[in-house]
Design a binder for this molecule. Sequence first.
Ligand SMILES: Cc1cc2nc3c(=O)[nH]c(=O)nc-3n(C[C@H](O)[C@H](O)[C@H](O)COP(=O)(O)OP(=O)(O)OC[C@H]3O[C@@H](n4cnc5c(N)ncnc54)[C@H](O)[C@@H]3O)c2cc1C
Length: 303
Amino acid sequence: MKESDGRMFPQSNTSQSIIDCLMEPVNTGKIDLRLSTTVKHFKFENKHWTIEIDKQENLVCKNLLIATGSDKHIWTSLAEMGFKIIPAAPSLFTFHINDKELHSLSGTSFTNIQVKFENTSIKAPALITHWGASGPAILKLSAFEALRLNELNYQFKFEIDWLPEYMENELIDFFKKQMLENPKKKLSSIAPFDLTQRFWKFILDKAGIKEFQNWSETGKKQQTEILKNLKKAKWDVSGKSTFKDEFVTAGGVELNEINAETYASNRFPNLYFAGEILNIDAITGGFNFQAAWTAGWHVAQNL
Ligand SMILES: Cc1cc2nc3c(=O)[nH]c(=O)nc-3n(C[C@H](O)[C@H](O)[C@H](O)COP(=O)(O)OP(=O)(O)OC[C@H]3O[C@@H](n4cnc5c(N)ncnc54)[C@H](O)[C@@H]3O)c2cc1C
C-alpha cells in the first residue's frame, strides 16, 4: 500500500505480515535458525569462513553474509580486518524544540508543511508533539542531514513554512480583504487556510496580536509578523529523540568496499553484506527494509 507521499506499508497495516513473510521460508525450508546466539569472531582460513559463536562452537562455511545491522562489535571486527567504516550517526529522528506553547498543540497534524535547513528543503506531512516536531517532514530532514546535524550536536535552527500550498501574495490578499470587509472582526474569530483554531491562535500570539484585536487595528508590521510566523518561522532545535529511539543509523561499511551488483566484498572472497551494516540509510516509509531485502535477494541470487 502506497501513501500519497510515497511511503509504503503492508496492506494489512500490521508488521506481523512482514514477520510472517520472512518466517515462511524459515519454517518451510531447511533453514537452521539459531536464536540468542552471538557471533564473537569470524575469520577466513583454508578457503572457508570460521565463525565462533557463543557456546564455544565453531561454524564453518564457504560463503558468509553479514547482516548484523549497526552492531558495534561486528563493525569493530570489520575495521580490524581493514574495511573502511563510516562512523555511525543516528538518522530518522524527531526534533526537540523548547517551546511550551508549541508543546501545548501536541497532536496537531499537517498534511503538508515545508521544512528548510541549509540547502535541504522538504515538503511532507508533520506532527507537533509534546517535545517538539515529528512526522515525515522532520524524519526526512533528519535523514538527509544526518551527518551535518550530528556535527552540530543537534543544536541548530531550521525554518518551517506551515502553508507551502499558499503563496505569500495570497496571504497578503487575505489580510487586505479582511481589512476591507471585516474591519471590526477579531483576528482570532475564524482560522483561515484550513488551520485549526488553536494553531491560528498560536500563530497570532507569536505575531504579538492581542486576544481581542480586530483587523482595523492590525497594521502592516503586524501582518508581516503573521506572514513570517506562517511562512518563514525559524525554530531552535535543542536536541533529538534519545539515542536508540531513532529508526536507522547512517554510516557503516563504505559502499566502495563492495561490488554494487553482487554485494560481495572486494577485499575478501565469499563475503557479502546486506542491510544496515552498509553505509546506506534511507528515508522513512519502508525504504530501509527495502534496501536490506534487496541486498539479501541479490546475495541469494549470486550464491
Ligand atoms: C523503531 C524503529 C522503527 C523502524 N521503522 C522502519 C520503517 O518503518 N521502515 C523502514 O524501512 N525501516 C525502519 N526501521 C529501520 C529498519 O528496522 C532497519 O533498517 C532494518 O531492520 C535493517 O535490517 P538489518 O537486517 O540490516 O539489521 P537489523 O534489523 O538490525 O538486524 C540485525 C540482526 O543481527 C543481530 N546481530 C547483531 N550482532 C550480532 C552478533 N554479533 N551475533 C549474532 N547476531 C547479531 C541482531 O540481533 C539483529 O537481529 C526502523 C527501525 C527502528 C529501530
